[in-house]
Design a protein around this ligand. Structure first.
Ligand code: NAP
Length: 291
């Protein structure tokens, strides 16, 4: 299939490579130059603009945030100005409002829009082991199925309204951050009480907390491996802010969200923006007088 791919950051560069390896004809575009060398060597072509990348059956984007997606879709030489009526698949974590707006503007332009945010860090993207929460028209989802198969271990179809997938993604990211906060607090309790945090990790991940989120993030917390960031704290803060807006929109109080969002703000302010979002573990340790 002819596919365009826009956004070659930590996640996008790994995802695009699997599309090429699966035999699709992929043209890539990134705002900053120099990020497509490995993909060109693997067989991709370089698109001159987002619109050029969208001269395809499907154009996928994996961009930082709402502003990036808006620039790429609605900006000069944006995807919507292409002549081909490619299905746009947004893999990024974006707001409910923008997903609704993208669905509507694509509908008005006679094209399909699919929200397909992913679960999994860059290592999962490199291993083609992402989970995808996808929502959009059934025909558009069917067209995208071979692309999703090439990059993920499972696709969950959430519904026909694209933003429904974004609600699931934002809910999941809130739950990850809440789990990290809870683990970091419990590890501080153990450490200050004379028990190694690695012991807590060992006991819990082999008993009641035998789940990927506790294993992946628990290991990071034990090793204090916060740099280089697999998912940078400012992007995590962006997501918690989006969760807050989504919750306010429908009137759901989320008090735990306030705690994790404030800890992310503090972590970025004190440690810098290059730290992983799990760096809240460092903030929790400092509050406990451990650092
Ligand atoms: P990243 O490494 O920071 O890459 C961000 C990408 O967005 C880059 O290609 C960047 O281009 C582009 N971009 C930013 N602002 C732009 C703008 N105004 N116009 C055009 N392009 C712009 O981020 P990432 O970790 O790959 O994450 C991408 C998305 O996936 C985010 O929505 C994130 O929340 C989500 N996500 C991340 C993870 C993870 O663990 N990393 C997991 C699941 C979902 P430049 O190269 O020019 O800066």
């Amino acid at each position: 299939m002819k596919a365009g791919f826009i956004g070659l950051g930590n996640m996008g560069s790994a995802i695009a490579l699997h599309l090429i390896k699966a035999g699709h004809q992929v043209s890539v575009w990134n705002r900053s130059p120099g990020k497509d060398d490995a993909l060109l060597a693997a067989g991709a072509t370089r698109a001159a603009s987002p619109a050029d990348a969208a001269e395809a059956d499907v154009v996928l984007s994996m961009l930082a945030d709402d502003a990036a997606v808006q620039a790429v879709v609605f900006g000069e030489h944006g995807t919507l100005s292409s002549s081909a009526k490619a299905v746009h698949v947004s893999l990024s974590t974006i707001s409910i409002e923008l997903a609704d707006h993208l669905a509507e503007t694509h509908r008005q332009a006679g094209r399909d829009y699919v929200s397909a945010p992913v679960f999994g860090r860059p290592a999962a993207a490199q291993a083609a082991k992402l989970f995808i929460a996808a929502a959009g028209k059934p025909a558009a989802l069917s067209l995208c199925a071979p692309l999703f198969d090439a990059i993920s271990q499972r696709v969950f179809t959430i519904g026909e309204t694209p933003s429904m997938a974004n609600v699931v993604k934002l809910s999941g990211n809130f739950m990850i951050m809440a789990a990290v906060e809870a683990m970091a607090e419990a590890m501080a309790l153990c450490e200050k009480s004379g028990v190694e945090k690695s012991t807590l990790f060992e006991v819990l991940t082999n008993t009641l907390f035998n789940a990927p989120v506790y294993k992946t993030y628990g290991e990071i917390l034990v090793q204090e491996r916060y740099r280089p960031a697999g998912f940078a704290a400012p992007l995590g803060l962006k997501d918690m802010t989006l969760v807050g807006s989504a919750a306010q929109r429908v009137g759901v109080p989320m008090p735990v969200l306030g705690v994790v969002r404030d800890h992310l703000i503090e972590t970025i302010a004190c440690e810098g923006p290059d730290i992983d979002w799990s760096g809240v573990g460092l903030t929790v340790s400092k509050h406990a007088g451990l650092k």
